[in-house]
Design a binder for this molecule. Structure first.
Ligand SMILES: C[S@@+](CC[C@H](N)C(=O)[O-])C[C@H]1O[C@@H](n2cnc3c(N)ncnc32)[C@H](O)[C@@H]1O
Length: 212
């Protein structure tokens, strides 16, 4: 299929472990493919949060366990991450996670509706080389997609450990004017990529914004 967006991720081959493979066999029981699916699923929950690019899903699983009344939609294209998440869902009997395992822009772009109370993006791929900046996920076009799918007064949380990307995210947020700076609760743990950034001496830049 010809995708209308430039890929914002590197398709990693990565070996799939037995545990991940067993997890992936369960995908159809936990996957959602449209905003309409989400609208139906979220009826049983008080809120619906989306985490984009969950990686190995530590944040997603810890949030889902802490807030069983919230439906969490996890989006990731990386098969071993999806497999690990599915294995954890089965092992820990987590009931409030659903998965979209393709480019999130496919979901957000089609028949958008205001369904999410919160969207979380932790360390989107930084694409540090100048010629790759156009592949960065967060730009004005993407913020427009979020704007259309976040509920009134819904919030976004974005972090990055790349200063240049942080400047570009801030510019996109300010120019697009879909969201305003706000305060939300502190994040208690760091993700694998945030920890790697800290170990390599980089600062973590965080953005907490609310829908205008
Ligand atoms: C740098 S990793 C960060 C993973 C995790 N959030 C962390 O901080 O440890 C970025 C992740 O975003 C995923 N990703 C990038 N573009 C995406 C997209 N358009 N839709 C869904 N996931 C995407 C990648 O596959 C990758 O696993």
């Amino acid at each position: 299929m010809q995708l209308k967006f430039l890929p914002s991720f590197v398709k990693r081959k990565g070996r799939i472990t037995k545990r991940q493979e067993l997890g992936l066999n369960e995908l159809e029981n936990f996957s959602i493919s449209t905003i309409e699916n989400i609208n139906i699923e979220k009826e049983k929950f008080s809120q619906c949060h989306l985490e984009i690019g969950f990686g190995n899903a530590e944040n997603l699983c810890s949030m889902a366990k802490s807030y069983p009344d919230i439906l969490f939609i996890g989006s990731e294209v990386y098969a071993s991450g999806v497999g690990s998440l599915l294995a954890t869902i089965k092992e820990d009997n987590i009931k409030n996670i659903r998965i979209f395992n393709q480019d999130i822009r496919i979901l957000l772009d089609k028949n958008p509706e205001e369904v999410f109370d919160k969207v979380v993006i932790i360390c989107p791929d930084p694409w540090p080389k100048d010629r790759h900046h156009k592949r960065r996920l967060i730009n004005e076009e993407f913020l427009r997609m979020l704007y259309k799918t976040i509920k009134p007064a819904g919030v976004i949380y974005i972090s990055t450990d790349w200063e240049h990307y942080a400047e570009s995210i801030k510019n996109s947020l300010e120019i697009s004017n879909y969201f305003s700076n706000t305060k939300t609760e502190e994040k208690l743990t760091f993700s694998k990529f945030e920890n790697r950034g800290i170990e390599e001496g980089r600062e973590i830049f965080e953005f907490r914004y609310i829908k205008n």
